[in-house]
Design a protein around this ligand. Sequence first.
Ligand code: A3P
Ligand code: MG
Ligand code: MG
Ligand code: MG
Length: 354
Amino acid sequence: MSLAFTTEKQLAISAVRRACSLTSSVFNKLVKNETLTKGDKSPVTVGDYSAQAVISSMLHCAFPEDPIVGEEDAAELRAEAGATLRGRIVELANEALVRELGQGDYAEWGIGPGSQQTSEQLLDAIDRGNYEGGRSGRMWTIDPIDGTKGFLRGEQYAVCLALLVDAEVQVGVLGCPNLPVDSSKPDGEKGCIFVAVRGQGAQQMKLSGADPAPLSMPPYSPSAFNFLESVEAAHSSHSTINKISSLMGITRPPIRMDSQAKYACLARGDGGAYMRMPTGVGYKEKIWDHAAGSLIIEESGGIVSDSKGQRLDFGLGQTLGENYGVIATAKDAHAKLLQAVQQVLRDPSVPSKA
Ligand SMILES: Nc1ncnc2c1ncn2[C@@H]1O[C@H](COP(=O)(O)O)[C@@H](OP(=O)(O)O)[C@H]1O
Ligand SMILES: [Mg+2]
Ligand SMILES: [Mg+2]
Ligand SMILES: [Mg+2]
C-alpha cells in the first residue's frame, strides 16, 4: 500500500467539494421543518444527513472495505415520521452526486450522470457511518456539517473528512463554504478547502479546487496573539479562556467562530491559538470534530494537545476519551500557552479581563 495516499486525498477533496455544493444550496432553500433536534438537544438538518450520504456513497465506491465513523445516523429518517425529510434528502443527495463539478472529478467514484441512488441506498450510506472506531486499521471519519448552529445562522461551518490509520490521522480535508478566501478581504470571495496529508504539508485552495497554496503558521508574536473560540458558550467555556487570556496579558479580543473553520483559520495565521475548554458537563469530544483540523495544524507547523499537554487520542472509539480541552498553536507558543492553561485550571480564582 502506498503511503502517499494520493487516491485518498483526491477522493476526499472531491467528496468534500460535492458536499459543500450541497450544503451551500440547501442553506438558501432550508425551511423550518427540515431541522430536527437530536437526543442531546443539538440540531441536525437535511443538509447534515444528505452531505453524510454523499460522502459515504463516494467512499464506499472507492474504498468499499473502509469503515466509517460518521456523526449522523438514519434512524429518525427510517421512522414513519421521517418520510418528508427522507424525500428531501434523496433529492438533495442525488442532485449533489450527479452535478457537474468540473476539474478534479472522477466518474469512477459513483458520481456524475447516471449515479442516482435509491432512498434505501442513501439511508444505508448514512448508516455505514455507524462504525465504533478504535485503535487499529483504516477508517474514515465524517462530520458532514460541523458547526450546524453556525450553518443555521448563515455563519461559519465546515464539511469535515479524515482518514485514520492505526489511530493516526493521515489525510484531513475541511470544506468551509462561507469562509473568505483572503482574510484581509472579509467581503471578498468566499469558499475554501483545506487539505493535509501527513508528512506532505497542508494547503488551502478555492472551493473549485483552484489556486492551491501551501499553509505555514507564522511564529509566536505576543503583540498579535489572540484566541479562536466557539461561538456557543455551551461548547467551550468563554470564561476560562478569558482568564487564560488575562493571565497571558493578551490584549486582542477572541475571534468567535463555529466549527473546525477555527483550525483552518489558525493554520493560515488568522488568530494565535485554537482554544476549547470544557464547560464542566462531562462532555467527551468527538473524533470527527478534531481529526481533519488537527492534522491541518500539524502539517502547517503547529502543535495540537489537550489541556494537560497530551496528544489527542483518536484510537479510543468515537470520542477522545479523557482528553480534556483542546489547545492548538504555533510550536514556539505552545509551552507558554499550556502553562497559562494549567495555572488557570489549578487556580480558577485568576481574575478575568473586564
Ligand atoms: N457540551 C459540549 N462541549 C463541547 N463540544 C460540544 C458540546 N456539545 C456539542 N459540541 C460539539 O461542538 C461542535 C461545534 O463546535 P464549535 O463549538 O467549535 O462550533 C458540534 O459539532 P456539530 O455542529 O457538528 O454537531 C458538537 O459536536
Ligand atoms: Mg451535530
Ligand atoms: Mg461537529
Ligand atoms: Mg456535525
